[in-house]
Design a binder for this molecule. Structure first.
Ligand SMILES: *[C@@H]1O[C@H](CO)[C@@H](O)[C@H](O)[C@H]1NC(C)=O
Ligand SMILES: *[C@@H]1O[C@H](CO)[C@@H](O)[C@H](O)[C@H]1NC(C)=O
Ligand SMILES: *[C@@H]1O[C@H](CO)[C@@H](O)[C@H](O)[C@H]1NC(C)=O
Length: 420
């Protein structure tokens, strides 16, 4: 009953579902049900064939490599690459419940990875610990509780350094640009604050839908906050180690939200959309089959709890273990803040008005605290939401043209802006 009270306000945010949302073309429904036989000409690389990711990238005419790397604390991650040996390197880093497929899924013409490759960049794509492509460790198994003892803190302190060291070692150049989305931005702030020696190897960091301060989020993860004092209840609802919410929670939320037609049910019960929301006008229904077959890609419950804590505290700080354990781990009763003031790396911040997870006052606060913001860009489309940075119908014009421009900025210009 308590749960129902907390979740009720959530209904209002799923108006997209109530209003008969989509006119979904028949061929898309067929594809979702696996009955579409005419896929060879599809512009969408994630059509439901039996190819692996490398084969799918090659099928649309690009070279592809996979690199297995190891973090200092023993996690084994897969870095994917569309190589261009003479091009400047760029690392794309996905967000919550996602994977490197984020940057490919909208295909050759609109996928950010392909656009950057066409512009001569050496494109690398990471996968954070715990997702489909990085579910391995030198000694722990994913069935081991300890495997899931991480949040975005470890992604910033261990995963990003391992990726950046690997890329810079192979290319013998600093990383030209890091582009993070959602949790990919959170981890980049953690990395820049906690590992300055790694941050110095990065020329520019671009944030899509920045997530650090979370006071003004509209995502339903804010409804976890009341449970924060009741860890057992929380773990029951969310899954003890891996974030695998109890089916009754998902069913309950989607019942509030959706008409139970086949397609809408599939979308409404997908964690990705339940947590991040989406924008009816910019959503390309042709991507639904690919998205449903690939997402959510997995993370730890601790990651979700850490985000809920940030919402609760209004701070951007390390994981809160409670007073006693905080004293043991941090030597202070409260978890320490991430020290944004010491970051020197240039940042370009991209944000949007209708973003469930990245409220404008929170973004402004972040911009005011980062010492070297060289550009800030509000997407000129009022309904633009969190996932639109990846898959919106008009994302090349609304976002990626600006990205290409920012990436060409001269380093001297960045320093000038920093001083002014
Ligand atoms: C999880 O990791 C933290 C520090 O990273 C440690 O203090 C804690 O005891 C660990 N918890 C478990 C259950 O292993
Ligand atoms: C860097 O690359 C060399 C080979 O080119 C390899 O021997 C070395 O282990 C690499 N170091 C790191 C940190 O990846
Ligand atoms: C941050 O910078 C201040 C001086 O600006 C310095 O005293 C402090 O040690 C730095 N902290 C870290 C964690 O580097």
């Amino acid at each position: 009953m308590q749960l129902i009270v907390y979740l009720l306000p959530f209904c209002g945010f799923l108006d997209f579902a109530a209003a008969g949302i989509f006119d979904i073309p028949k061929n898309v429904i067929k594809k979702m049900m696996g009955t579409n036989k005419e896929q060879s000409n599809s512009p969408y690389i994630f059509s439901q064939d039996n190819l692996d990711m490398l084969q799918r990238i090659r099928k649309v005419g690009f070279p592809a490599e996979a690199h297995a790397i190891q973090t200092e604390d023993g996690y084994l991650l897969t870095l994917y690459r569309i190589p261009n040996k003479n091009g400047p390197s760029v690392l794309l880093q996905h967000g919550l419940l996602s994977s490197f497929a984020d940057f490919l899924i909208s295909g050759k013409a609109k996928g950010l990875a392909f656009i950057l490759a066409n512009h001569g960049y050496d494109v690398w794509m990471g996968n954070f610990r715990g997702n489909t492509y990085s579910r391995a460790h030198v000694s722990l198994s994913p069935s081991d509780s300890k495997f899931w003892n991480f949040s975005f803190h470890e992604m910033g302190v261990y995963d990003l350094p391992a990726m950046i060291l690997h890329i810079t070692n192979i290319t013998s150049q600093p990383l030209h640009t890091y582009i993070g989305h959602s949790m990919g931005t959170t981890a980049s702030y953690v990395m820049a604050a906690e590992r300055p020696e790694i941050a110095r190897m990065v020329r520019l960091i671009i944030s899509f839908a920045p997530v650090a301060f979370m006071t003004h989020i509209r995502s339903p993860i804010r409804f976890l906050t009341p449970f924060a004092g009741n860890i057992e209840g929380l773990l029951y609802l969310l899954g003890e180690d891996e974030f695998l919410p109890h089916s009754s929670l998902i069913q309950f939320m989607s019942k509030l939200a959706c008409d139970m037609t086949f397609v809408q049910d599939k979308i409404c019960t997908n964690l990705l959309f339940l947590i991040l929301g989406f924008d009816r006008e910019q959503f390309d229904v042709n991507l639904i089959p690919s998205i449903l077959s690939t997402y959510p890609a997995g993370t730890s419950t601790k990651t979700l709890v850490h985000f809920a804590q940030e919402h609760n505290s209004g701070k951007f700080c390390q994981y809160d273990y409670g007073c006693v354990k905080n004293l043991q781990i941090y030597n202070t009763p409260e978890p320490p803040d991430y020290n944004l003031a010491n970051i020197t790396t240039p940042f370009a911040i991209f944000y949007a008005e209708n973003d469930w997870l990245s409220g404008i006052p929170d973004v402004k606060r972040l911009i005011s605290l980062l010492p070297n913001v060289v550009d800030e860009y509000k997407v000129p489309f009022p309904k633009f939401n969190h996932l639109d940075f990846l898959w919106a119908i008009d994302v090349p014009q609304l976002v990626y043209n600006k990205v290409l421009e920012v990436m060409k900025m001269e380093p001297t210009l960045m320093t000038k802006k920093m001083q002014s």
